[in-house]
Design a protein around this ligand. Structure first.
Ligand code: 7TS
Length: 409
């Protein structure tokens, strides 16, 4: 599928914003949705909206088939061994919190260590801070090298026999760094720890194989991979999930309810209390079909080229600071930057007037901002529907921003 055809599936891109054709460079916050996903949601609500796993009526069976069919699509997409290992959640945040609240509280005690990195998103920091606070464990950070990458030597020095959990992102939402998760998993396992991988920025963009990575848990969000908001996935190895307690209790997740105690359904349903996110899962299934039709390797290569092109063009702008490694082979499809002393919110506002959407702020990564010695940054992030023209417009917009602010001051 060529880029023109890919773009034609995203109706939202075909509009003007502030009198200019929209240039959407904020896919790391949320991706746009192709018609295939919009239509899958439309079809579910128009034709077979029903609750799942209850009753035998025809619409209920269709909805159950759609929901469970989506689970199988997710299983195949990340090469999990079984659908028992695929739990639907509302997103990465809920997935990581589930591991922290269930596995973390039960398996971490005083004197133990939890290891994370400085580049984590808040949703892969705060749940572990909470586990540490409640259990008396120590939270340790793998340091970053000057270019923002982590070295395996530092990983080996930080993870010890006292480490029980290692939680690390596959791709940083600020630095664009792709972490050596497979190697980190090996080091974690040699020390008797489990590894939790934050796949929010990785799974939408790179082929992820949980068996090859040998990760114990993987969290990701549907909305960053062409799917709807409100749906996400927690993958966990069956042997671990089987021994974990649910964190939400109520309908759908039980086997028997007695007066004073209850027993749980088998995996994965014991973690899916209440009416599940049926439309969201069906929409995510459609998104996976779409991504697979194009091919994850082709998507990764396309974004990689865009990032290299953007780095090349942006570094020539006077006063530009680009964060993260400058070597494009070490990074994924996003560029985080600051332009002279112009506040990133001002950069984003001027770009918005040109129809260009970028994100500005701390990107939910305040410890990393502190490490970068920046209170905030601007970020352009790319996906399969972006092209070089989008980056040319961004560069033009940045030059305009610079001119505008040099006139003002
Ligand atoms: N982990 C990483 C690495 C992320 O980038 C994000 C969201 C999350 C976790 C949380 O995902 P959620 O779907 O549960 O919210 N990151 C961003 C971002 O960079 N800009 O907006 C959201």
């Amino acid at each position: 599928m060529n880029i023109k055809e890919i773009r034609s599936y995203f109706p939202i891109l075909d509009q003007e914003v502030n009198g200019q054709p929209l240039v959407y460079l904020d896919s790391a916050a949320t991706s746009q949705k192709p018609v295939q996903v919009i239509e899958a949601l439309n079809k579910y609500y128009r034709e077979y909206n029903s609750n799942v796993h209850r009753g035998v009526h025809t619409l209920g069976t269709r909805a159950t088939d759609g929901y469970e069919g989506a689970r199988e699509k997710v299983r195949k997409f990340i090469n999990a061994k079984s659908t028992k290992e695929i739990i639907f959640t509302k997103g990465t945040t809920e997935s990581i919190n589930t591991v922290a609240s269930s596995y973390g509280r039960a398996n971490v005690k005083e004197g133990d260590e939890i290891v994370i990195t400085y580049m984590e998103h808040h949703s892969n920091i705060i749940p572990w801070q909470q586990v540490a606070i409640h259990t008396g464990a120590t939270l340790k950070y793998i340091p970053l090298q000057e270019d923002g990458t982590i070295s395996l030597d530092d990983v080996k020095k930080t993870i010890t026999k006292n480490t029980k959990i290692v939680a690390v992102t596959l791709v940083s939402n600020v630095l664009g760094v792709v972490n050596p998760v497979k190697e980190i998993a090996k080091i974690a396992h040699e020390n008797g720890a489990v590894i939790v991988v934050d796949g929010a920025q990785g799974v939408p963009h790179l082929k992820v194989d949980v068996q090859d990575l040998d990760c114990d848990f993987l969290a990701f969000s549907g909305h960053k991979m062409c799917g709807p908001t409100g749906i996400g996935v927690l993958y966990g190895k069956k042997s671990l999930l089987e021994n974990m307690e649910p964190v939400q209790f109520g309908g759908e997740m039980i086997d028997f309810v007695n007066l004073y105690d209850s027993t749980w359904k088998e995996l994965p349903w014991k973690f899916e209390g209440g009416t599940p996110i049926i439309a969201g899962a069906i929409g995510l299934g459609a998104a996976i079909d779409f991504l697979e039709e194009i091919g994850l390797d082709a998507i990764a290569e396309h974004e990689h080229k865009l990032a290299a092109y953007a780095l090349e063009k942006m570094k020539d702008i006077n006063g530009m600071t680009i964060y993260g490694p400058h070597d494009p082979s070490k990074r994924a499809g996003l560029v985080t930057f600051n332009l002279d002393d112009v506040h990133p919110h001002d950069v984003a506002t001027v770009l918005d007037a040109e129809g260009i959407a970028v994100r500005a702020g701390h990107h939910c990564a305040q410890p990393l901002m502190k490490w970068l010695k920046a209170s905030a940054t601007a970020r352009a992030s790319f996906y399969l529907y972006n092209n070089e023209e989008d980056i040319d417009k961004l560069v033009e917009g940045l030059i305009k921003t610079k001119e505008y602010f040099s006139d003002v001051f």
